[in-house]
Ligand binder design. Structure first.
Ligand code: ATP
Length: 307
């Protein structure tokens, strides 16, 4: 049996992935990788392919795609019973738009460098997030590797993903959606329980996560450490809209957390309840709505990294 199983999302970042794939394949062959691969055909396909690959005996699963593809792979890993999840290693050859997850653990956007990292075989074990949420009045569960965003963030992501479906992607598209969403958006009231500390506020936006970046390079959780066993949480209370525009640069460099509307926490469990529906995205994928329950799984996922 071959050693690596590659799951290729031809749709990631418009046509970039499908254009790059012949070069990626050729490089892997030249470097002596023994691998099998499969293209995804749509939503949650990477999830099913992952479970099948594990069943066939593969233990090194490589995402050729963006954060959404990696997220589906991780959900496959944590929803199978064939092997201990600790026996599996995940790698990434980023071809997505944002590739935010890899930024914290040093996975470069360049596919040659990313392949080099997988070839070296250094492994990092990071925490994983689990969230319970609702969709069509049904309770659902999803694992995540990077960041879960709620309130304003989830609405911007929803609009950005609609643009991506029309082949408009990148930081410019994200910023444009951010500004048009900002114009209409109203902060929402919620009760948040952060390891027992209760916060009742009108919230503009909130991030709960393991790594630092989301939205194509915004440093939403600047103090996150992927293997400290804690979620980092950034909570932005209702804020004048012009202050959001004025401080956009500070969102990219992470210094916005010093503004008076922003609070930061570290916690193992976070719960959120609300009268209105609050929307959710994880790793850039739009999911359902509140109430939410978050739990951290310490040192749960092996990843090929820079070392
Ligand atoms: N063949 C396909 N056609 C259309 N969509 C697909 C296909 N295969 C997978 N998908 C979906 O594409 C979505 C986006 O994938 P992914 O996140 O990997 O790329 P991206 O959005 O360009 O990158 P990033 O999230 O890093 O910005 C996922 O929701 C996935 O389910």
């Amino acid at each position: 049996m071959k050693e690596y199983f590659l799951i290729v999302n031809p749709h990631s970042s418009g046509a970039k992935a499908i254009k790059l794939w012949p070069n990626i394949k050729e490089t892997l062959e030249k470097e002596g990788f023994k691998f099998e691969y499969e293209f995804t055909k749509g939503k949650m396909d990477a999830y099913n392919i992952t479970i099948d690959a594990i069943k066939k005996g593969y233990r090194k699963i490589i995402a050729v795609g963006g954060d959404g593809t990696a997220n589906e792979i991780i959900n496959g890993i944590f929803n199978q019973n064939y092997v201990d999840t600790k026996d599996i290693v995940v790698g990434v050859i980023p071809t997505g738009t944002g590739n935010d997850w890899g930024k914290t653990i040093g996975i470069p956007n360049d596919y040659l460098q990313a392949i080099n990292i997988i070839n070296k075989g250094n492994i990092f074990t990071q925490d994983i997030g689990k969230v319970l949420y609702y969709e069509n009045n049904e309770k659902k569960e999803r694992y995540f590797i990077n960041i879960a965003g709620m309130f304003f963030d989830a609405v911007v992501t929803k609009n950005t993903n609609k643009s991506k479906d029309k082949n408009k992607s990148g930081t410019f598209s994200y910023l444009l959606n951010l500004l048009t969403t900002l114009f209409k958006y109203k902060s929402q009231k919620a009760e948040i329980n952060i390891d027992g500390k209760i916060i009742k506020e009108k919230i503009f936006t909130m991030a709960v996560g393991i790594c630092k970046y989301s939205g194509g390079g915004m440093k939403m959780l600047p103090n996150a450490i992927p293997n400290d066993g804690y979620f980092d949480i950034t909570l932005v209370k209702e804020v004048p809209k012009f202050q959001v525009i004025r401080n956009i640069k500070k969102i990219f460099d992470g210094t916005f957390v010093n503004l008076k509307w922003v609070k930061q926490f570290k916690a193992k469990n976070v719960k959120l309840t609300s009268k209105d529906k609050i929307y959710l995205e994880v790793d850039g994928e739009n999911l359902g709505y509140s109430p939410f329950e978050f739990e951290i799984l310490e040192n749960a996922l092996n990843v090929f990294w820079e070392g």
